[in-house]
Design a protein around this ligand. Structure first.
Ligand SMILES: [Zn+2]
Length: 218
């Protein structure tokens, strides 16, 4: 099964992707994961073009699409992929459709996780992390130091209201055309709306699963 996950930073789509990956036994892949694997292998044909990452530059659509095309043909991914953070642009969305078609597959479902600004702010403003092991906590857990490292938790500088809202707006404007593209296509589309900050990842996962069942996909 081929799945695309959509959702702004802080929507919990990464967690949902990992949970689904376990249940469906198909890999959950972000382009970051794919890039890292190639950058660890200097014999890979895309090793050189991906060096732009080390220079802090953006990877072009063309290169991203080649990376994804390679992952679709990787025998480890023969049963499908849960894409997280891809596609980000219309050019990438079209390329994904074409690449899937070229291997005789189609995208099965888009899972779009919506969160309100309030939920996002509640989650991200309360986020604390261990400066040592990078584990993420939330102030609602009432913990001030990392249980493993015994060091005080810190708040990331970019977890402030202005930056969070900027990232949210940027995400919304960049993703709107993709949402439109998929909604008008023949692909199954699941909207998940998270409106309460207390909503757990398990409850969101249950809703995702129920919707996949309704669609006859699981
Ligand atoms: Zn730690």
């Amino acid at each position: 099964m081929y799945i695309v996950l959509l959702g702004p930073p802080g929507s919990g789509k990464g967690t949902q992707g990992q949970m689904l990956s376990k249940k469906l036994a198909i890999p959950h892949l972000s382009t970051g994961d794919l890039f890292r694997e190639i950058l660890d292998n200097d014999k890979h044909e895309l090793y050189k073009p991906l060096q732009v990452i080390k220079e802090g530059k953006l990877v072009s659509d063309d290169i991203v699409n080649k990376v994804v095309a390679g992952s679709l043909r990787d025998p480890r991914n023969k049963d499908g992929i849960i894409f997280d953070g891809y596609p980000r642009t219309m050019a990438q969305a079209r390329a994904l459709d074409q690449e899937l078609e070229s291997i005789g597959k189609t995208l099965d479902v888009v899972i779009d996780i919506h969160v309100t600004k309030e939920v996002l702010l509640g989650r991200l403003l309360g986020r604390r992390s261990c400066p040592n092991c990078k584990r993420i906590f939330h102030v609602s857990q009432g913990i001030s130091e990392c249980p493993d490292c015994k060091v005080a938790l810190i708040q990331r500088a970019d977890d402030n209201e202005e930056t969070i809202l900027d990232r949210f707006e940027e995400y919304q404007s960049k993703t709107a055309p993709l949402q439109e593209y998929y909604r008008q296509g023949r692909v199954n589309y699941i909207d998940i709306k998270v409106v309460e900050s207390a909503r757990t990842a398990d409850s969101v996962q249950q809703e995702v699963w129920d919707r996949l069942l309704e669609l006859g996909l699981v």
